[in-house]
Design a protein around this ligand. Structure first.
Ligand code: DQA
Length: 154
C-alpha cells in the first residue's frame, strides 16, 4: 500500500492546549484520525509524526523522499510550524529529496505577525493550504493526491 506522510513540527504536540483561540481545541491525535480517514479514502496508508526538533524533520524528509523514489510513498503534508519561518535546512531537504510536499498551516499565517508571512517551505512546496483550521490537513492530502494522481474524464 502506498504511504502518505504527515509531519508536524515544534509545539504541535500541544495542539488543543496552546492558544486555542488561534489553533482551536482539537488535539493532535484527532488530527491524526482525520488524516487517516482522508488517506484511507484514497487507498493510502498514513504515516503521521510530530517532533520538536529541526534535524529530525530533515531526517524524516530524506526518509520520505527515498520512499517516494522507491515507489512506496506518494508525498508529504508538512506543518513545519515555527521552522517554516526560519529553516533553510527544511527548504534544502525538501528540494534535495525532490519530495512532493504540501505545506499546511492551521491558522492564516498571513493575517498574523509579519514574521509569519515568510516561509522557507513555500518555494519548494507543490501547494499550500493555510487558514482552514485542522481541516486543512485533509484538504492537503486531497490536494496532494489530485496533483499527483490527476483524474481527468476522457
Ligand atoms: C502554524 C503557524 C506557525 O506560524 C506557528 O509557528 C505554528 C503553527 C499553524 O499551523 O498555523 O506553530 O504552523
Amino acid at each position: 500500500m502506498t504511504t502518505v506522510y504527515v509531519f508536524n513540527g515544534p509545539n504541535l504536540n500541544l495542539l488543543g492546549v496552546r492558544k486555542p483561540e488561534v489553533y482551536g481545541t482539537t488535539v493532535l491525535a484527532d488530527v491524526e484520525a482525520l488524516c487517516a480517514t482522508a488517506a484511507a479514502g484514497h487507498g493510502l496508508e498514513l504515516d503521521f509524526r510530530q517532533t520538536n526538533h529541526e534535524g529530525t524533520l530533515v531526517d524524516w524528509i530524506q526518509e520520505a523522499g527515498a520512499a517516494v523514489v522507491r515507489g512506496e510513498a506518494l508525498g508529504l503534508v508538512l506543518n513545519a510550524a515555527a521552522y517554516t519561518h526560519t529553516s533553510v535546512a527544511l527548504h534544502d531537504a525538501i528540494e534535495g529529496a525532490q519530495l512532493p510536499t504540501v505545506e499546511v498551516h492551521i491558522s492564516n499565517v498571513h493575517g498574523r505577525e509579519e514574521f509569519r508571512h515568510h516561509s522557507y517551505v513555500s518555494p519548494v512546496a507543490a501547494g499550500i493550504v493555510v487558514g482552514f483550521g485542522v481541516d486543512g490537513y485533509a484538504l492537503a492530502i486531497d490536494g496532494l493526491v489530485r496533483k499527483l494522481r490527476p483524474v481527468r474524464s476522457a
